[in-house]
Design a protein around this ligand. Sequence first.
Ligand SMILES: Cc1cc2nc3c(=O)[nH]c(=O)nc-3n(C[C@H](O)[C@H](O)[C@H](O)COP(=O)(O)O)c2cc1C
Length: 129
Amino acid sequence: MSYAVRFYSRSGNTKKVADAIAEAVGVSAVSVDSNESAITEKVDVLFIGGALYAYGIDDKLKSYLDTLSSDKVGKAVLFSTSWLSKHALDLMRKSLEGKGITVESETCYLKSKAVDSSLEDVKKFAKKF
Ligand SMILES: Cc1cc2nc3c(=O)[nH]c(=O)nc-3n(C[C@H](O)[C@H](O)[C@H](O)COP(=O)(O)O)c2cc1C
């Protein structure tokens, strides 16, 4: 199986989750605003995550989701952090499914304050795919 991990994180919480997933599957986590974020070769599983800001996802993540296509992404697996709401997962799913990309039903969501104590569980989650 081939893997990629992409994320957008303003203050580092979602990045910690991305890094734990990446470590578990043996790749590097890349921010969507990096020059190296494009998916140029097909991946079986793309882990993609972002946080919720004022009930929306960051425009940089929105734009990045628009660049993805089903011929390069076998399946997307979503992750997110926030204070309380899981809505970023819905927004990412809607965008990806709208482009015909298969999105795994299981997701990884953590409240911000639980991130540091949950990274081992995050790694277990990532290894399922
Ligand atoms: C400007 C701003 C708006 C936010 N709005 C929400 C929100 O509507 N609902 C929520 O549950 N969390 C909200 N949060 C909390 C973030 O989603 C949470 O801190 C998240 O872990 C940030 O991830 P990051 O460190 O990867 O940027 C907001 C945070 C900020 C800074």
